[in-house]
Write a protein that binds this ligand. Sequence first.
Ligand code: 5RP
Length: 309
Amino acid sequence: MAETNGGKSEGGKAEGGRAEEKKNFRSDVPMETPGFFLRGSAHLGWGMKNRLSRIFNPETGRTVMLAFDHGYIMGPTSGIERVDLDIPPLMPHVDCLMCTRGALRSCIPPETNKPVVLRSSTGATILKELSDEVIGVTVEDAVRINASAITAQVYIGGEHERDTLDNLAYLINEGNRYGIPTLGVTAVGRDMVRDSRYLGLACRVVAELGCHFVKTYYCEPGFDEVVAGCPVPIVIAGGKKLPELDAMTMAYRAIDQGALGVDMGRNIFCADDPVAMVRAVRSIVHENAKPEEAYDLYNTLRSEREDSD
Ligand code: 5RP
């Protein structure tokens, strides 16, 4: 897979007229990965590498993660009102689960061999300020449930920027003691613009803090520059529910510009046919299917399911 320079901006004036420094991302030059298949990970210890190799498929270097941690801020989210019923049918088609320990222990059979990225922050709900979070799960408990990674989000530029960076630093430091990687999620506050300048800054900040991989949003133009400026793997969040073909197109463009996977929730479990959707997204991530090919697969699987009902 080659990183592209599609959509590369030429710098220029930032909003408000401030002259913006022209940057040189060389996003057409892929980052070398000597010694280990994941970018920026060659100097990690054996345990870290082994856990990352459970999350990312070493054959393709990519991952399909299923995010269903929404309940920790949103309560019974549409599409996963019943985690025990809604998630298990999707599990055979994903590489990794991202969830809270409460959902995991109560609804996911421990016989599963899927790696878990454990949501470890708390302190906010949709009824209040989302960025006002603390760490709510000890790394010892993450070890007890055999988590392959731990995660919290940062709100760069937000009111609680410092606290959210402190949360992430705590997880990285504790995770490092046990060889558990940390996923840094770059959440976007209400006042922030999801452009490549902002997302590129946020991804780079959490990578420099020591995150082992980063979850962010896809943006156009300039996602290739977000990837090039971040020396560890990036996976994209799905965000709000889109029409199925649009979500597949977003996944395709992100992968084409260097993302190493998706960590999708609502665009999977809120799809008309969640199993067909996750299989279609998987074909994009692991088989380089074009969006139209993935959409054909989605429609075929969906009709087969309807015929068999
Ligand atoms: C929020 C998260 C969520 O898990 C994730 O963003 C939800 O996935 P989606 O946006 O695809 O529904 O990490 O910080």
